[in-house]
Design a protein around this ligand. Sequence first.
Ligand code: ADE
Ligand code: ZN
Length: 327
Amino acid sequence: EHLPALLCALPKAELHIHIEGSLEPELIFELAQRNGVALPYASVEALRAAYAFTDLQSFLDIYYAGASVLLHEADFFDMAWAYFQRAHADNVVRAEVFFDPQTHTERGIPFEVVIQGLHRACERARTELGLSCDLILCFLRHLSEDSAMATLDEALPWQHLFIGVGLDSSEQGHPPAKFARVFARCRALGLHLVAHAGEEGPPAYVREALDVLKVERIDHGVRSIEDPALMQRLATEGVTLTVCPLSNLKLGVVSTLAVHPLPMLLAAGVKVTLHSDDPAYFGGYMNANWLATFEALPTLGAAEAITLARDSLKASWVSEAQKMRWL
Ligand code: ADE
Ligand code: ZN
């Protein structure tokens, strides 16, 4: 069986990774010790045992608690550098990395501490690993649009260090339109735009992200499968859905990988790419997601793998010149 080797060897773009979701329990404990932060878990094993999620919110609660050990620039650097090394080992050649500044600024960590640490790790990944990478600033949708606006104001002196903005956190009850003004402003600034939609929320949120926020890609979007007219539109307009199978499994978006809508999305002509979301929490990085997905879905083979990998590079926000070199 050559398929697993092919999945691992293909050059891929990681377009849906929350850097705070790459913080492994071992590093959480190391940083807690280094920074004198008390953790409500006795051991790495006890923390990992708490990673039993029932839905998105049950995950987010523990994910934000884990991020509380990040205090200094070196902490953000160490987290991101550990991720880039793992991504490189999985033949990720391009990474567009989400970060959640409000998770940190709300705790009194200056924005510049967060972005400088992450940026230094990007620089090292480029020079030492040859990994093409950039940062995407995500707004937390459970907070207000005013808070997102204030975050954008804080970020503007550092605009040269991120290429776009996204929208994440608790989806239900926080529709994309809540962030219409801040996304319009980001668009005018020339930033790339993306949003989580249709993970737990309804297909209407996917439409709203496209129509109101004018995003270029949709994160997750798997619930689009419930709306045939939306599926048709996604296919016609060539909108890419950045799908995260192990995340969908661990958060109960799907009951098993064998019933994941990926094959139906592909059959409908919708552009899909595969990513890891929060690999430290969901049981694996890029190749683990690809291996588990192809193992569970035997209708997918080498041809689909090559298409998914190529489409991840195509949907990335690198220069056309770089895409030509890869494709
Ligand atoms: N933040 C980190 N991972 C997320 C996810 N899967 N959905 C929404 N917000 C997130
Ligand atoms: Zn996500």
